[in-house]
Ligand binder design. Structure first.
Ligand SMILES: [Zn+2]
Length: 377
């Protein structure tokens, strides 16, 4: 896609940078108040060039026949193709909707940790992470990298440590996506409070990065991937945390529970009552370590989220371009244009709204905050 003024040809990095500046100037009139940087903490590279999916198909076809597995070097995606994939999709919508920066991770449903073994997942994770790293490098003002982990059913979570360290140290990841169910809907892994997860938490604390709790494709036909499995997992993860004492062991550990926290805010009274019955602390005490995003695709849902959950535990996000891509015929706006709902909810003051858009994310993602500070934001 050409820049809106039609002046661009082959979009080199310099051209894009100018376009960025121009778009920001257009959507913020002089003197207009607003957060300095509106951060969408939940985006995936769902629009990667087709070569990625074709390479993955070959890898999956070779399960059980590793000698037939494709070489990672067989995947060739040019910078121009990445520009095209991002500018015509995520970047266009970010500019139309008024968000500045997206924390951008590999396509969640493509993680598919249930396919193959640890070695296959490791190769796939490196490939996908390298790709989102390139996006964050090509558009440093607009995308910050989140990494996927090479999880595999039955594999010790510690086996994800090398890729976690590579992603943070070499690729600049500011967060990771942690799949609480690498089996893809069969829930064979222990709860997130189990000590087998601790090596990952120790590394997260060491790097001061949060994890987004994010499952992948469901291979259980009882659970639709994005309509059931994702929301089940969000709800399940929160209940696991409510039942355990994880944050006594890791007081600074942070989880982002996406999709508005699944059913949790809607059923907050149930969770409070269960906490009492189980002789656990009130669930609000978890909200120093657990944050919900705003990927809830209608106004009443955001109104409920912002009414029930303290604003300090809410992070702006859209998961764009994701599961729900259509226009809501009732409003004429895209379902996943969540900024409209956050702008319009009556339950946030201006200061709280600013925190949801920016300040909370800067607290939860200190590596992003440091990067923005270094860039002069
Ligand atoms: Zn997602």
């Amino acid at each position: 896609m050409l820049p809106p003024d039609g002046s661009g040809g082959d979009p080199g990095p310099g051209v894009v940078r100018c376009w960025d500046t121009e778009m920001r100037r257009r959507r913020r009139a002089p003197g207009q108040r607003g957060p300095s940087v509106i951060i969408d903490c939940h985006g995936h590279f769902t629009t990667a060039p087709a070569q990625l999916g074709a390479w993955r198909d070959r890898q999956v076809a070779a399960v059980g026949h590793p000698e037939d597995a494709p070489d990672p070097d067989d995947l060739v995606i040019t910078d121009h193709e990445l520009h095209e994939a991002i500018e015509t999709n995520q970047l266009r919508l970010m500019d139309e909707r008024g968000s500045d920066l997206t924390i951008f991770s590999p396509r969640a449903s493509f993680m598919a940790h249930h396919i193959g073994d640890l070695e296959l997942s490791s190769t796939w994770a490196r490939l996908c992470n390298d790709l989102v790293h390139r996006v964050s490098t090509l558009f440093p003002d607009r995308f910050a990298m989140g990494a996927m982990l090479p999880q595999s059913p039955g594999a010790d979570p510690a086996t994800s440590l090398p890729e976690l360290r590579r992603a943070v140290e070499e690729l600049g990841a500011v967060t990771v996506n942690l799949n609480p169910d690498p089996s893809g809907g069969k829930w064979t892994a222990p709860p997130l409070t189990d000590r087998s997860w601790y090596p990952l938490y120790e590394a997260m604390v060491e790097y001061d990065i949060p994890a987004m709790v994010h499952v992948s494709t469901s291979c259980n036909p009882a659970f639709h991937t994005t309509g059931a499995h994702y929301l089940n997992a969000d709800t399940t993860a929160f209940m696991q945390l409510l039942q355990g004492d994880l944050f006594a062991d890791f007081p600074t550990l942070r989880f982002v529970v996406p999709h508005g926290g699944g059913a949790v805010p809607y059923h907050w009274g149930r969770f409070r009552g269960l906490a009492m019955a189980l002789k656990r602390p009130d669930p609000e005490t978890l909200l120093h370590n657990v944050f919900f995003d705003t990927c809830v695709y209608h106004q009443p849902g955001i109104d409920l989220l912002t009414d029930v959950i303290p604003s300090s535990a809410i992070l702006f996000a859209s998961e764009m371009i994701g599961a729900v891509r259509d226009v809501d015929p009732r409003t004429g706006n895209y379902f996943d244009d969540t900024k409209r709902y956050v702008d319009d909810t009556p339950h946030l003051t201006d200061g709280e709204r600013e925190a949801v858009y920016s300040g909370n994310a800067l607290r939860v993602y200190p590596r992003l905050a440091a990067r923005l500070a270094a860039a002069g934001h």
